[in-house]
Design a protein around this ligand. Sequence first.
Ligand code: UT7
Length: 327
Amino acid sequence: MERVIIRGVGSYVPDCVLSNADLEGMVDTSNEWIVSRTGIESRRICLDTEVTSDLGSRAAEKALENANISVCDIDLILVATVTPDMQFPSTACIIQGKLGCTDIPCFDINAVCSGFVYALDVGRNFLINNSMMKNILVIGAEKMSSIVDWEDRSTCVLFGDGAGAVVLSRNTDTNSEASILDILVGADGHLSQLLYCQGFGVTASGEGERERFIRMEGREVFKEAIKRMCAAVEDILLRNSLTIEDVACVIPHQANMRIISAISERIKIPQEKIFSNLQHTGNTSAASIPIAMDEALQGGHIQSGDLILIVAFGAGATWGASLIRWK
Ligand code: UT7
């Protein structure tokens, strides 16, 4: 069977830092509440003039540089996002234009905070099933600040903007074990009302401008996130006859430090194996895992041959996990 590797990783976050102290001046909140309930200290926010495709194309350029290939070698662009520049065309098409390539297929994927894992699965399947394709750009990019209600203290403290990207390629080194070993994705539509943004959806009615914003039943989402991410980790390890001891680094979706701690306690993952950067990114939805992956690599938390486990949960509800043997 064809094997697929992550050949390069890159990320980009906007320059503007929004601290908890800044939020204290905007809504009735405190640094103490935000840090103790979420672990978040600051997040990056786009300028009004910056859009999701700007973030995504910058992250993609870095991933291409890291993979040491030209954009001309890319055969498909996939973008996981819930904050597209426009309803259509897709942000993937806009990014293709910004990167300066033409003709290759491009499309967006919406699985909210699990979007990057879903896109990784789609990209991997393209490479396995279509011998014409050699390299695929998978991007998670979000301008969450554009759908946050800045008057709602229960959600506005949680989110940030940013993008992460990977280049997926066939593994041509037959001596190497490096590859994406497995990807698991799932969803439960019965939970769709726990976290949503009506936006330009056809069910939008009556509430005017505020329909553009994120609405969340935080406590329920919190419980489901722990339950589903634990199950995803256990399932993917079991079906690959592996245990958590085999894993060198776990990169969970960066939503809330208490969610990450609860997962590590239940599955008995030693703290030093868990990578987290939500302290300075907040929750960047589909961008969260590739941004964290890039930071983990830059910080020396991932070494050649390591087994990496990523796991995500998002609105839908959606979830996903992947086991990756690093190149
Ligand atoms: O990416 C996946 C999507 N999202 C998530 O994973 C988020 C999941 N949920 C959470 O992370 C947590 O539920 C929150 C961080 C959103 C909230 O934490 P919590 O411990 O569940 O708090 P809560 O919603 O139960 O609220 C506790 C209190 C309430 O006051 P009362 O009713 O006890 O008087 C809230 O009104 O905290 C109040 N509160 C705040 N206080 C200060 C809510 N937001 C704030 C705030 N500052 N920003």
